[in-house]
Design a protein around this ligand. Structure first.
Ligand SMILES: [Zn+2]
Length: 482
């Protein structure tokens, strides 16, 4: 198949004129029948890759994804578009629903599977008869035991690959350094030199990086109101707490004339879909969201992403700001910080870490029927004959990793040097091209200091028409009111 034919197929079926970086290379490798590991930043259209491949080859696609809300959103979205051939098999299904789906797998072209389903023999048996043409492992870094997102169920994938007679396998991640990539392949029993790797840079040169630190939350709120009032176009504001997202949504609706909605995991799939659609159709200006938002969103013209709370690590930060500017147009990332914001993350971390004494107790008194999240996790290791010391070591290591990642995130908040370079260093990438320095960040030497930038950006005057290119772009984009 030639490039022109691929483009025609893309236009006819997905209404895009060209591929985003990495997409075509991955599709070509899959067409050769090669297992592929693709590290593509958020907004690079990972979903399109397997939808394209499934449609082109008319083969069934099985997608393992740890994000149940994302799966439900994808299914609702495809169904709303008229496709009935997509289904998600998760623990949210009733017994009857699950039985029906498993005995009618031939009806579906795209089958989403949550990781815990991998451990259910009846599910695997049904999949075996369904002739899977492509196995997609979304968020493939979750297979890495030392990573902070480790999902023990992901370790079963290597058996699934074998049981399904090794279909072409696509591993997707937005962030996986070399060490993690090697670990992913090892954990899946795939030969490193047999797997094709596509790794795109995390750098998004059309996103201007800024941050601002405040003395207290009140000052931060005031600045947020100012930002939302002044900025033009669609925006997302990220929160680490659902309650805060709601509170600030009310505040912004009162204090600005923008239409603002809150979005978080407590809403059901229909409500989430409605908000997504309104946002896509520009009926909503700003969404105040937790990290659940945006994963299934393919909105090109998001002009800014504000972080009201800092995320737990730079991987998440880069993913979340990556939802801005998918159309390639200049966009803005704003990180707001008030002292103590990091404690939300510290507290979230402590929930996901299991104390050595609890692990020790579990090994002496196993509770396989206990349905708490913590017990389920321990049950997995216990069933797979892990030694207690090894499990304690895994959780110690994970706690350390998360603390370290959060510290790096804070270092980014307080950095005095180029933010983009900071991010690239963190991801072991080379330095940026000189030609994007004009549109980089608020920390670059010789550029406008943040104070002045902020002043001009929020309060335009006729006096500053002689600006360098990036200031002009920011002006055109964001300065709408006097
Ligand atoms: Zn910079």
């Amino acid at each position: 198949m030639k490039h022109e034919e691929r483009i025609t197929f893309l236009k006819n079926n997905f209404s895009f004129d060209e591929f985003r970086p990495g997409q075509e290379e991955v599709i070509t490798a899959l067409q050769r029948g090669q297992d592929t590991l693709a590290v593509l930043p958020t907004g690079s259209g990972k979903t399109l890759i397997y939808q394209y491949y499934g449609l082109l080859t008319r083969q069934k696609v099985l997608i393992v994804s740890p994000l149940i809300s994302l799966m439900q959103d994808q299914v609702s979205r495809l169904q709303a578009m008229g496709s009935r051939q997509v289904v998600a098999i998760t623990s949210m299904l009733s017994y009857g629903e699950k039985q029906f789906i498993l005995s009618h797998l031939s009806l579906y072209n795209y089958i989403y599977l949550s990781p815990e389903m991998l451990a259910q023999p009846e599910v695997i048996r049904a999949l075996k008869t369904a002739k899977i043409g492509l196995l997609v492992i979304d968020e493939a870094h979750c297979v890495s035991e030392w990573g902070s997102d480790f999902r023990p169920e992901y370790l079963s994938i290597k058996d699934v690959i074998k049981t399904l007679n090794h279909p072409v396998t696509l591993m997707l991640s937005a962030t996986a350094d070399e060490e993690t990539r090697t670990d992913i392949l090892a954990k899946l029993n795939l030969q490193i030199d047999a797997v094709y790797q596509v790794v795109e840079s995390v750098n998004r040169s059309n996103i201007f990086l800024t941050g601002q630190n405040f003395e207290n939350v009140k000052a931060k709120d005031q600045q947020l109101i100012k930002i939302v009032k002044q900025l033009n176009g669609a925006g997302i504001i990220y929160f680490s707490s659902k309650k805060q997202a709601e509170v600030i949504t009310d505040l912004l609706n009162k204090k600005t004339d923008k239409k603002i909605l809150a979005y978080h995991a407590d809403l059901d799939a229909d409500q989430r879909l409605t908000i997504q659609q309104q946002f896509m159709q520009n009926q909503v200006d700003v969404v105040c969201a937790t990290s659940a938002f945006g994963m299934g969103i393919d909105k090109d013209n998001i002009r800014y992403v504000v972080h009201y709370h800092l995320p737990g690590n730079l991987q998440n930060y880069v993913q979340e700001i990556g939802r801005a500017g998918r159309d390639g147009q200049p966009s803005l990332a704003i990180l707001l910080y008030a002292p103590g914001d990091e404690y939300i993350q510290v507290s979230l971390n402590s929930h996901s870490v299991i104390d050595s004494n609890i692990i020790d107790y579990y090994w002496r008194h196993p509770q396989p029927d206990n349905e708490s999240e913590q017990a389920q996790l321990l049950t997995y290791y216990w069933r797979h004959d892990y030694e207690v010391k090894k499990v304690q070591q895994i959780f110690k290591q994970r706690e350390f990793t998360r603390q370290n990642e959060l510290q790096q995130m804070l270092n980014y908040v307080f950095t005095r040097t180029c933010r983009r370079q900071f991010i690239l260093n963190y991801f072991d990438e080379q330095s940026v091209n000189n030609n994007i320095q004009d549109f980089c960040c608020d920390k670059d030497e010789g550029q406008l200091a943040w104070q002045e930038f902020n002043k001009r950006w929020l309060k335009p005057t006729k006096a500053n028409t002689s600006q360098t290119q990036w200031r002009t772009i920011l002006h055109q984009l964001f300065l709408v009111k006097n």
